[in-house]
Design a protein around this ligand. Structure first.
Ligand code: PEP
Ligand code: MG
Length: 526
């Protein structure tokens, strides 16, 4: 029995066997040869085609199977490896070259295949480097351990098959931790070199709150851990009494407790959580899907499903916030020195109008299926907000001309997650129907503390007086105009900041579905 200690970033207890997901060769070189990797990939694609339940997705995986046999891919790889290249790098490079050829073609359909070629070659090289399974392949719950995971890696991760997540690196405020919280999967990060391929197959107990990871627990430890898990279950059951109660302080202040979600499937957990609605649907996770950019239809279905599941409760959907740590390879964004200060959120949407209009059309079409509100991320100026609103109008005009029904009165909100937006919140309140404060980014930008960096984690403090002043400023501006203001960053679930938020005039707090009832309890006991 041995205990490792990291940082707990997603509460909960888990017991299971470790599966190591990562490059196991010390230098990242290939471990599996090209032909074996093709066999593994073929089995994976066949399994996915059979199990996906959608003819379009099945067709996509069938096309991937054909690409595995592409003689140009094989030639390129063999030539590069005989010239001394590492086989995994040879596969990646050949994939990029073939994709570039497709991108140069006139035919739009062929150009669109470039991304598929990239997906196939990336999957092959991952397999060659030791990622021999897809992250979603498990039937029995496992403890997934990895050097680090990007948000794109974690999309599709299923709470039913992953009992816990352990990372050597990672950051408490990054989106991988946020995804684990949304799915209610206990997670411990920052375990450093003590986590490695040698732990594969070991049994372990994970405490996502304290960050303690106990390897090969002895029977006494396991028995007491199971008892603790049972107690946690009972505490959770006791919270159920708050599901049907409004969250109201003893002074009679009614606070809306909303849920954050990252997919339409998460809306199911939210719908059963006793919350007052969805305070933040992070739509960018749809864009990180390895299958490529989501079209209008796929987005429409996702938004419609979330609205229907919430049965008339408000659902605030945020337009795509790609960029920074959320990288979508198929968008081919330029590499940036400081991606958190670069082309992300509304900046990217305004730079790619047609992609943005596709999302706005899908949202408008879905608006007739429930109570939709829409908000724009990373606002730093009034002009950005007005331009986003103008494109919303363009999308409405186009749909009207096509006789497609939509709700013309969807409230449009601004996320206040940059100091600039908080400082001009008075002007923004004249244009926006509501505010939602993103304290993750607001803290990062106010304190100049990268939310991704473990080295400055101690500086990242949502309770810092400067962040609090900006929140008070925003809440005052909202009150003067009579528009609602909520908080949807992680600190919305922080019991130590709760009283401050309520006194500042925050009327809505949006948290992961697993935290909604404990937040209601905390509000009721204020
Ligand atoms: C935030 O910044 O607080 C927020 C809610 O958005 P995200 O965490 O997705 O950047
Ligand atoms: Mg943000």
């Amino acid at each position: 029995m041995k205990t490792l200690t990291g940082t707990g970033v997603s509460e909960g207890l888990a017991l299971g066997r470790i599966v190591w997901y990562g490059k196991s060769a010390p230098d990242g070189a290939a471990l599996t040869d090209f032909d074996s990797a093709r066999k593994i990939a073929a089995e994976e694609f066949e399994k996915r085609a059979a199990g996906c339940g959608s003819p379009e997705t099945a067709a996509l995986y069938e096309s991937y199977l054909l690409m595995l046999e592409d003689p140009d891919l094989e030639d390129g790889v063999r030539k590069k490896t005989s010239a001394g290249a590492d086989p995994a790098a040879a596969v990646r490079e050949t994939g990029e070259e073939l994709a570039a050829v497709l991108l140069a073609l006139e035919d739009e359909y062929m150009r669109a295949r470039a991304e598929d070629v990239r997906s196939v070659s990336r999957r092959l090289s991952d397999i060659m480097c030791g990622k021999t399974f897809a992250i979603t392949d498990f039937d029995a719950p496992i403890i997934l351990a990895a050097p680090d995971l990007t948000p794109a890696d974690t999309v599709g991760l299923d709470a039913g098959s992953i009992a816990g997540v352990l990372l050597a690196g990672g950051s408490a405020n990054g989106h991988t931790a946020i995804l684990a919280q949304l799915m209610g999967i206990p997670a411990v990060i920052g375990l450093g070199n003590s986590l490695g391929p040698g732990l594969d197959g070991l049994s372990c107990a994970v405490d996502g709150k304290t960050g303690a990871v106990t390897l090969e627990p002895d029977s006494a430890f396991e028995a007491s851990f199971r008892a603790e898990m049972k107690m946690a279950g009972l505490r959770k059951d006791a919270l159920k009494q708050f599901a049907s109660r409004p969250a109201e302080t003893s002074r009679g202040q009614r606070i809306k407790v909303m849920c954050n979600i990252g997919s339409a499937a998460d809306a199911e957990a939210a719908a059963g959580s006793g919350c007052d609605g969805i305070g933040l649907f992070r739509t960018e996770f749809l864009y990180l899907d390895p299958e490529g950019l989501p079209g209008e239809e796929k987005q429409f279905e996702a938004y419609k499903k979330a609205l229907q599941l919430m049965e008339g409760k408000e659902v605030i959907i945020r337009t795509c916030d790609i960029g920074s740590d959320k990288k979508a390879d198929h968008l081919q964004l330029p590499a940036e020195e400081n991606p958190a200060l670069g082309l992300r959120g509304i900046r990217l949407s305004l730079a790619r109008e047609e992609m943005f209009l596709t999302q706005l059309r899908a949202l408008l079409r879905a608006s007739v299926f429930g109570r939709l509100s829409v908000m724009f991320p990373m606002i730093t100026s009034l002009d950005e907000f007005k331009r986003a609103k103008a494109l919303w109008k363009t999308a409405m005009d186009r749909l009207s001309r096509e006789n497609v029904p939509f709700d013309a009165g969807v409230p449009l909100g601004a996320m206040i997650e940059t100091p600039a937006a908080a400082i001009i919140s008075g002007e923004l309140a004249g244009e926006a129907d509501f505010f939602s404060i993103g304290t993750n980014d607001l803290t990062q930008y106010t304190l100049a503390a990268d939310r991704q960096s473990p080295d400055v984690a101690a500086l990242f403090d949502p309770g810092h007086p400067a962040v609090k002043k900006l929140i008070e400023m925003t809440a005052r501006a909202a009150a003067e105009r009579g528009i609602p203001v909520g908080i949807c960053g992680n600190s919305a679930a922080d019991p130590e900041l709760l009283e401050f938020y309520i006194n500042a005039g925050i009327g809505e707090l949006s948290v992961s579905p697993g935290r909604a009832l404990s937040l209601k309890r905390d509000i009721c006991s204020l």
